[in-house]
Design a protein around this ligand. Structure first.
Ligand code: FAD
Ligand code: SIN
Length: 534
């Protein structure tokens, strides 16, 4: 049994920003953050384009950033939350700069602000094309100097602990569900440990691995959202899955797919067919820099019309030195598969990139379960609505991490002590799996069915087929789970089946096309949105 005042599930930008702030403000408290693999591996570490923030008030304004976010969100953003994030964002960026994060500057020492799809101004702070790596590095360096914050690597959280584990019956309408910590698999010992805390924060990131092609690293299996669903907490907007239009098409296949940042289009890259014709103007007057949902659908459509496996991003007209200075990582990666971006068009294809839905939180990061907060990509705060504006995710994670810190700092001393009556994990009756092939094959089936039937374009028939297949996978996996010793692979499969179910079910319920959810059966938007449910 491990005890702490605050347990943070996740050590990406959301988890660590919160944990560091809490640990700095309260050196008397013990904070533990978990990482399911190495602490350097997270979606955060892969972020390329940068952080959107109003930085140059001479040309940019909060109003413009708010408007761009609302337009991208297609009627489903919570306007109050958008205002909070846009107004508080620049201060959070200043703080991470104080912690040591570097962002590129121009010769005049002003920050070099990039542009991405859907933004009406240049407002993306970035560190070359590896902004996320720089942020993760900064946060981990701070952890080194924070003795009351411990990051436990290779600890895989399995379930949130609630009254259910004390023998009570909990349903989705049970009032007063409380969280006492989490059970986690220590991957080094194979033991399941009980981690008790007065407060828990879920910051487990995205779930891109539910699709065959994704820009998300293999850790992105939606564990936090699935745990929250099992704990009977509130989840929302799961139908809004963002596909990034331009992942590198690598005929060898790779997981994750390598991202060609939207900043490349912001820098002048133009989308073309493999035979060199521009096509984006047919779909949107903003051309290659239209919001992501529109560009991804246009690419998908052109690929289907031409029977092509990819479209192309043409950068051959761009200045080589400037391209290399901005995108050294992308340049190197392209070269490594035989593409010289200055001589060849870059083959690109859409890939699952970001979950707009997730654990419902209020404006202080509080969830529907007591003593349980959530931040980062695993949440649905109301910022993104039906589609996320590029580079608003890192910003959201920092703003909400800070807000959870403010809320918890006020309350922590009056929270009840750790509940010590929690039983150990019950592994009775389970045996080592005889063959991993069952898990591996089910995972493949799951990714295929989500990609074929619940991808960029959906329909009633496809969704029905997906849900029938999912039910079979669910039953088989629950059966396996009930008698098999837990492994990370089995837990991830189980979590991804839950995520797939939530996406498919939410998509079936939404009888309209809006933002990232497009269905051929209901191609139009419903005229009225009941904002009271947001
Ligand atoms: P993550 O950074 O993914 O961290 C999740 C943490 O949770 C990890 O430490 C992981 O180990 C841990 N974890 C997960 N499950 C468990 C478990 N069961 N037990 C214990 N620990 C667990 N956004 C932008 O704003 N700008 C960009 O330029 C940008 N570029 C991107 C490029 C790529 C290729 C990708 C994939 C994403 C990009 N995004 C970008 C999105 C953004 O990076 C993520 O949304 C954001 O970093 C998520 O941060 P997070 O802290 O919520 O989660
Ligand atoms: C990118 O660099 O294109 C990704 C930006 C984002 O996902 O916000």
């Amino acid at each position: 049994m491990i005890e702490s005042d605050v347990l943070v599930l996740g050590s990406g930008i959301a988890g660590l920003t919160f944990a560091l702030k809490m640990a700095h403000a309260r050196p008397d408290l013990k904070i533990i953050a978990l990482s399911k693999t190495a602490d350097t591996e997270s979606n955060t570490a892969y972020a390329q384009g940068g952080v959107a923030a109003v930085w140059n008030p001479e040309v940019d304004s909060y109003e413009k950033h708010i408007k761009d976010t609302l337009i991208a969100g297609d009627g489903l953003c919570n306007e109050e939350v958008v205002k909070i994030v846009v107004h508080e964002g620049p201060e959070r960026v200043r703080e991470i700069i104080e912690w040591g994060a570097r962002f590129d500057k121009k010769e005049n020492q002003k920050y070099d602000l990039g542009r991405e799809g859907g933004h009406s101004e240049n407002r993306i702070l970035h560190y070359k094309d590896i902004t996320g790596w720089e942020l993760q590095r900064t946060l981990l360096a701070q952890v080194e100097h924070t003795p009351n914050l411990e990051v436990l690597e290779h600890y895989f959280a399995i379930d949130l602990i609630t009254q259910h584990h004390l023998g009570h019956t909990i349903t989705r309408v049970t009032p007063g569900i409380e969280c006492y910590g989490a059970y986690a698999l220590n991957k080094k010992t194979g033991e399941i440990e009980t981690l008790l805390a007065r407060t828990t924060v879920v910051a487990t990131g995205g779930a891109g691995q539910v699709y065959r092609n994704t820009t998300n690293p293999v850790i992105a299996t939606g564990d936090g959202t699935a745990m929250m669903y099992r704990a009977k907490g509130r989840i929302e907007n799961m139908e809004f899955v963002q596909f990034h239009p331009t992942a590198l098409y690598n005929p060898q296949g790779e997981n994750p797919s390598f991202l060609i940042s939207e900043a490349v289009r912001g820098f002048g890259g133009i989308l073309k067919t493999p035979s060199g014709e521009e096509f984006m103007q047919k779909y949107d007057e903003r051309g290659s820099l239209a919001p992501r949902d529109i560009v991804a659908r246009a690419i998908d459509r052109e690929m289907k019309i031409l029977g092509a496996e990819y479209m192309c991003l043409d950068c051959r007209h761009l200045d080589k030195d400037a391209f290399l200075a901005h995108f050294p990582n992308i340049y190197e990666k392209c070269l490594s598969i035989g593409i010289d971006p200055m001589k060849d068009m870059i083959p690109v294809t859409p890939a699952c990139h970001y979950m707009c839905g997730g654990i419902r939180t209020d404006e202080w990061g509080r969830t529907s379960i007591k003593n349980l907060y959530a931040a980062g990509e695993c949440t649905c705060t109301g910022l993104h609505g039906a589609n996320r504006l590029a580079s608003n995710s890192l910003l959201e994670a920092m703003v909400f991490a800070h807000r959870i810190f403010l809320d918890l700092e006020k309350k922590i001393d009056s929270l009840p002590p750790i509940n010590k009556n929690i039983p150990d994990w019950n592994a009775q009756g389970t045996t080592e799996p005889e063959e991993l092939v069952l898990i591996v094959q089910s995972m493949k089936e799951l990714k295929d069915l989500m990609s074929y039937y619940v991808g960029i374009v959906r329909s009633n028939v496809r969704l029905k087929r997906a849900s029938d297949r999912l039910y079979l996978l669910y039953r088989e996996t629950e059966e396996l789970y009930s008698h098999t010793t837990l492994s990370p692979q089995l837990c991830e499969l189980r979590n991804l089946i839950t995520i797939a179910y939530l996406i498919t079910r939410s998509a079936s319920i939404r009888r309209e096309s809006r933002g990232l959810h497009y269905t051929t059966d209901y191609p139009n938007k419903l005229p009225f949105i009941d904002k009271s449910i947001l």
